[in-house]
Ligand binder design. Structure first.
Ligand SMILES: NCC(=O)N[C@@H](Cc1c[nH]cn1)C(=O)O
Ligand SMILES: [Zn+2]
Ligand SMILES: [Zn+2]
Length: 502
């Protein structure tokens, strides 16, 4: 039983006896950890499609049972209902709150993760079945492998390693696991507000493990994410779909109106055309520019990772600033449009376009909402169409920026050095973890984002994967982080006690 090849890491310096035992156990139990990932990936816990809500709830129960097996006091909290765009109410999946250890002499680390996933169908172009974990060349393919079931399990694996080896956990652990992240973390803000002085009162550090490294080889720590404002724009005409031969040429078609509206949002250089949208974006500082210069970045590798031949910018500084520090607008889809293969000569009576604006610090969500509505109403009025327009912001999440001087960034850097023998890239991420900013604002605790996935993991796309190496070394890095944060916390406490005495 020797597994050291795939998961083995280039340890930095000499490991303590404890670390040696932890890392060896993790190497030797790889197949068990992979089996757990396969069981979780098999659950189609898609939070976007309401008809799969039961699967999300089932996934929450499976995750809760796993935490209970570890000995954590686990509660599934009912957070109410979600109102769908058609007015129908459906239950939100429960949120897991769990705690393991209550030693007042140890720091308390709260881990946040999500076990819902984006939709995935084999017809979308998957080469493997999305809900069957498939290993090819050291990579595990399947929906949720990297976003976010793999990282949640890596955390659980790290804890079970301590427990099975009878090594005292260096920290108290809390978990908040949700099942609606991909939909915008519905209902979570209210729960965090409610739990601010209970569940979160003794939490010292909050860790999120989501998103990806910037490259395939070098680990990263993330200190910022963009927000997201998701819009729907509905154009409706007559009461039913019509024959394009029967009425084509004599009516204003809703789809033509919608395409014109969507086309008015962003130009071919990626510039958002909504007046005033860039007004509150602050210019990049020289310090940020210097930070960007220090990050190693291979443009060819990056393009290969995302699978495109040409991107809009040539320098890494431009790429980082457009991904991390500037807003972007993406068009996602059209509901009500005929999209199946073949020809259907129909004029749809009602179509709804979906787009979102990733917004950055200092942009105000309600101002963005107002600017978008005013602009689209103006574009529409110029078409003099008798159709009806309805624009609504379906979801709004705020951007987040952390203080990289927080002790847990220091502890995470040390853990990465121990396991990967490298210093991490310090990066921001263009995507959104709605809860990151809420955690920071409501609980006023330090928030760390500790990604495990590599740049080519393909979150949200076909071929989503996590490598065996990242999954297993990720488990080690979390095990090591617990030791490092506990040491650092004690040193800081000692120093602050000394200060109080003198
Ligand atoms: N891995 C994080 C992630 O993918 N988050 C989603 C969250 C979201 C934002 N708007 C709607 N959902 C993301 O798309 O960034
Ligand atoms: Zn995620
Ligand atoms: Zn995601």
């Amino acid at each position: 039983m020797l597994f050291l090849d795939a998961g083995s890491s280039s340890f930095s310096g000499s490991l303590s006896l404890e670390e040696k035992r932890l890392f060896q156990y993790i190497d030797e139990h790889q197949d068990e950890f992979v089996q757990n990932l396969a069981e979780w990936v098999a659950v189609e816990s898609d939070s976007i499609q309401p008809q799969l809500r039961g699967e999300v709830t089932r996934m929450m129960k499976i995750a809760a049972a796993r935490l209970q097996d570890l000995g954590a006091k686990t509660t599934l909290v009912d957070i109410g209902v979600q109102q769908l765009p058609d007015g129908q109410n459906i239950s939100l999946p429960p949120v897991i709150l769990a705690k393991l250890g209550e030693d007042p002499l140890k720091p308390t680390v709260c881990f946040y993760g999500h076990v819902d996933v984006m939709p995935a169908k084999i017809e979308d172009g998957w080469k493997t079945r999305p809900y069957i974990l498939t290993e090819i060349d050291g990579n595990f393919y399947g929906r949720g492998t990297t976003d976010n079931k793999g990282p949640v399990l890596a955390w659980i694996n790290a804890l079970s390693t301590y427990i099975n080896l009878n090594i005292d956990l260096p920290v108290n652990i809390k978990f908040l696991i949700e099942g609606m992240e991909e939909s915008g973390s519905n209902g979570l803000e209210e729960l965090i507000q409610k739990e601010k002085d209970c569940f979160f009162s003794n939490v010292d550090y909050i860790v999120i493990s989501d998103n990806l490294w910037l490259t395939t080889k070098k680990p990263a720590l993330t200190y910022g994410t963009r927000g997201n404002a998701c819009f729907s724009v509905e154009v409706s005409g007559g009461e039913k779909d019509l024959h394009s031969g029967g009425v084509g040429g004599i009516i204003n078609e809703p789809m033509s109106d919608l395409i014109a509206l969507l086309d008015s949002l962003v130009n071919s250089s990626g510039c958002i055309l909504i007046p005033g949208i860039y007004d509150d974006v602050i210019p990049l500082t020289e310090e940020e520019m210097k930070q960007y210069e220090q990050i190693e970045f291979d443009l060819q590798e990056y393009k290969a990772n995302i699978g495109v031949k040409k991107i809009l910018y040539d320098t890494k500084e431009e790429i980082f600033s457009h991904l991390w520090r500037l807003p972007s607008l993406s068009i996602h889809g059209i509901e009500g449009a005929f999209y199946e293969p073949g020809i259907k000569t129909v004029i749809p009576s009602r179509v709804t376009g979906k787009f979102s604006i990733r917004q950055v610090p200092h942009m105000d969500l309600s101002k963005v909402e107002h600017q978008v509505k005013e602009y689209l109403e103006n574009v529409f009025s110029k078409r003099k169409s008798p159709n009806k327009l309805m624009v609504s912001m379906q979801m709004g999440a705020m951007p987040w920026v952390a203080n990289i001087d927080d002790p847990q960034y220091e502890a995470a850097k040390k853990a990465i050095k121990r396991v990967f023998n490298q210093d991490p890239d310090m990066i921001r991420d263009g995507s959104t973890i709605p809860i990151a900013r809420m955690f920071q604002d409501i609980t006023e605790k330090s928030v760390l984002m500790f990604p495990l996935g590599a740049a080519d993991d393909g979150e949200h796309s076909q071929k989503e994967k996590i490598s065996r190496s990242n999954y297993i070394n990720g488990t080690k890095v979390f095990a090591s982080f617990l030791l490092e944060i506990s040491k650092l916390h004690k040193e800081l406490q000692k120093a602050s006690n000394l200060k109080t005495v003198t």
